[in-house]
Design a protein around this ligand. Structure first.
Ligand SMILES: Nc1ncnc2c1ncn2[C@@H]1O[C@H](COP(=O)(O)OP(=O)(O)OP(=O)(O)O)[C@@H](O)[C@H]1O
Ligand SMILES: [Mg+2]
Length: 339
C-alpha cells in the first residue's frame, strides 16, 4: 500500500477543512481584538451603505486569514472573488479580475506580497479611486485608457507583511495582525471541530491536542483528524491515551514539535555546533525551502524558546540543546564543569 493519498481522499480531507471553517465572525474562535476591530469596520460601512475600507490580514500560516476573507464577504452579504499573488504575473491579469468585479464585491488576494510589480502599481490606483489605466496598443502608438471599476473591498493576506511595499501597505484602511492562539482558544477550536466531526473526545483529550497544536488552528484540526482516524481504526475511545498513541505515531511530540522542527533543531546543534547558522545554509542541510523554515518552523522554535535569531544567524538555546538530548556548552564566564 502506498502512503500517497488518492485524489478522492485528498479532496475528502479538503472537504473537512471547508466544513470546519467558521462561516461568521461569531463562529470564529479567539483573536478577540481582530474580531471586534473587523466587526466595527464592517458594521460602520453597512450603516453608511458604502464599501468598507480595504483590509490586510497579516500573520503566520493557518491562523485564519483565508477564513476571515470569506467571513468578510458573508458578513457583508456580497460575493467573494478569490485569487492569489502568484496568479497575477502581469498587470493585465489584475485588470481582467478588477474589471469583472460587481459593485461591493470582496476581492481576496492571497499571498499578496508575491504579486508582480506592474500589477502592484495598477492596484494602487484601483484601491484609491476604483479606476485602472489600461494600455492599448504597443510601442510609440500605445495610449492609456482609463477604466472605471465598481467599488470593491480588497482583502489581502500575507504571511510576510515585511515584504509589502509601503505604498501598498498604506492603502489598506485596516491591518489585522493575527497572533498565535492561546491554549484556551485552541481548546475551543478543537472542541468545536470535534463536535462538527461527530467525534466524542474527552476534555483531557481536547486539551492534549490543543497543547500540541503550536498555536495554530489548522494544526489543531489536522491533529484532531489523525486522532479520530486512530480511534476509528483501533476502536479506542476518544481519550488521552488515544491522543497520545495517535500523535506518537505521527511523530508529534508533547510540545507539538514535528519531525521537521526536530530536524532543524538537531541540525543547528549537531552540524553547526549550536550556531550561528544562516537560514539558507540551514534550509539546504535539512532539504527544505528556506521560506518554509522561515515562515513555519522558525517562528515556532523561537516562540518556544528553543532557538534565537541573531544578526549572524540562528542559534540554539540551552533548552534547544536539551530538547534534542545534547549537552549545551557552558555559558561564557561559567566555571568549568567538574570532571
Ligand atoms: N478562529 C478560528 N476558529 C476556528 N477554526 C479556525 C479558526 N481560524 C482558522 N481555523 C481553521 O483553520 C484552518 C486554516 O485556516 P485558514 O485557511 O483560514 O488559514 P490561513 O491563515 O489562510 O493560512 P495560510 O497562510 O496557509 O493560507 C481552516 O480550515 C479553519 O477551519
Ligand atoms: Mg490561506
Amino acid at each position: 500500500m502506498s502512503d500517497e493519498l488518492s485524489p478522492e481522499a485528498t479532496s475528502f480531507e479538503q472537504g473537512y477543512e471547508g466544513a470546519l471553517r467558521p462561516a461568521t465572525l461569531a463562529e470564529f474562535v479567539g483573536q478577540a481584538k481582530v474580531r471586534s476591530q473587523l466587526s466595527l469596520l464592517l458594521n460602520a460601512a453597512t450603516m453608511q451603505q458604502r464599501t468598507p475600507d480595504h483590509i490586510l490580514l497579516a500573520g503566520p500560516p493557518g491562523l485564519g486569514k483565508t477564513t476571515l476573507s470569506m467571513i468578510v464577504a458573508t458578513e457583508l452579504d456580497k460575493p467573494l472573488h478569490q485569487t492569489s499573488g502568484p496568479a497575477i504575473q502581469h498587470a493585465g491579469d489584475l485588470a481582467a479580475v478588477l474589471s469583472a468585479l460587481t459593485p461591493g464585491e470582496v476581492l481576496f488576494i492571497d499571498e499578496i506580497h508575491r504579486m508582480a510589480r506592474s500589477a502592484e502599481e495598477m492596484l494602487y490606483l484601483a484601491m484609491e479611486d476604483f479606476k485602472v489605466d489600461i494600455m492599448v496598443g504597443k510601442g510609440a502608438g500605445a495610449t492609456s485608457v482609463p477604466l472605471e471599476l465598481s467599488p470593491f473591498t480588497l482583502v489581502g493576506a500575507t504571511t510576510r507583511s515585511g515584504l509589502l511595499p509601503n505604498p501598498l501597505r498604506d492603502r489598506f484602511g485596516f491591518t489585522a495582525h493575527l497572533e498565535f492562539y492561546g491554549t484556551d482558544e485552541l481548546v475551543s477550536v478543537v472542541r468545536r471541530a470535534a463536535g462538527l466531526l461527530g467525534f466524542g473526545l474527552s476534555e483531557q483529550g481536547i486539551e492534549e491536542i490543543a497543547g500540541r497544536s503550536r498555536g495554530t488552528p489548522r494544526i489543531a484540526n489536522r491533529l484532531l483528524r489523525r486522532v479520530r482516524d486512530f480511534s476509528l481504526v483501533h476502536d479506542t475511545p476518544g481519550d488521552t491515551a488515544t491522543v497520545q498513541a495517535a500523535l506518537a505515531l505521527y511523530d508529534v511530540d508533547e510540545h507539538g514539535l514535528d519531525r521537521l522542527d526536530r530536524e532543524v533543531l538537531r541540525a543547528v546543534v549537531e552540524r553547526f555546533g549550536g550556531g550561528p547558522v544562516g537560514l539558507s545554509t540551514l534550509a539546504v542541510s535539512v532539504g527544505e525551502e528556506a521560506e518554509t523554515i522561515e515562515a513555519v518552523v522558525e517562528p515556532f522554535l523561537v516562540r518556544t524558546g528553543l532557538l534565537t535569531r541573531t544578526p549572524r544567524g540562528r542559534v540554539a538555546t540551552r533548552l534547544g540543546w536539551e530538547h534534542v538530548g545534547a549537552v549545551p556548552p557552558p555559558a561564557p564566564g561559567a566555571p568549568p564543569a567538574l570532571m
